[in-house]
Ligand binder design. Structure first.
Ligand code: ZN
Ligand code: ZN
Length: 235
């Protein structure tokens, strides 16, 4: 390798090191974990006039377009907020081990305003990972979010739900397949004795079928009321 070539290569590397991994623009003072401030600004709240159950914008006189089994349902941010959309960039990255993004996101969860219905729950649980992921010890973002929120609200976190072997990852399915998730795919680890109000936490709420099965299992197992908080809502 000649010296001018080496110098040029190093200069390109140095320059590219200052580029945002989201928009490829220059990193600014507000950047964190390789994403610029504008990209982090993609954590955008949902429309103000959303339904208090399904978190979508629809005619309040009409029933929710998606089945819900909870008293309150909301999400902190719009999955497709920002340019480029931040949710589809962050979540696959975090799940494949991007620790810097994970920390930066959790820090924002700690600081984000929460819906009032979160404060008066008895305990917090999370939508379960598949048996295979648990066995392999993979990182479970929904669980970390639920634990973070539980600490913030000073309520216990309990792993109440189990996902059956072979029920697969919802993220790997198309929309029709997701809606077909059978009831028995999600079960309760143990019966609830004190009829608690449960906050059910997930990372991304798309069709809501996983959340529906979780809420049905919690209620069948004795929960007095289920409330849902997701990090992102995919509209
Ligand atoms: Zn950027
Ligand atoms: Zn609705």
């Amino acid at each position: 390798m000649t010296l001018p070539f080496l110098v040029k290569t190093l200069a390109i590397r140095a320059r590219s090191g200052l580029r945002c991994r989201g928009c490829l623009g220059l990193l600014d003072d507000a950047s964190e974990a390789g994403l610029c401030g504008q990209c982090w600004g993609g954590l955008q709240p949902l429309p103000e006039l959303r339904c208090p159950h399904c978190a979508l914008e629809h005619d309040p006189e009409q029933p929710c377009p998606e089945p819900v089994a909870w008293a309150h349902g909301d999400a902190l941010w719009d999955y497709h907020g920002g340019r480029p959309p931040l949710g589809p960039l962050l979540l696959p990255g975090i799940k494949s081990g991007e620790g810097g993004w994970r920390k930066a996101l959790i820090r924002r969860v700690v600081e984000a305003p929460l819906p009032g219905f979160c404060c008066s729950v008895d305990l917090v649980t999370s939508a379960p990972a598949t048996g295979l992921r648990r066995l392999l010890g993979g990182f479970d973002l929904a669980e970390e979010l639920a634990r973070t929120l539980a600490r913030r609200m000073d309520r216990p976190w309990q792993p109440l739900l189990r996902k059956a072997w072979g029920s697969g990852r919802q993220g790997a399915r198309n929309e029709t397949e997701r809606r077909r998730l059978p009831r028995k795919a999600i079960t309760l680890a143990s019966l609830l004795d004190s009829q608690p109000v449960v906050l059910l936490v997930d990372d991304v709420w798309t069709t809501g079928t996983t959340l529906l099965r979780c809420a049905q299992a919690l209620k069948a197992g004795g929960a007095r009321e289920v409330r849902v908080l997701s990090l992102f809502r995919a509209l």
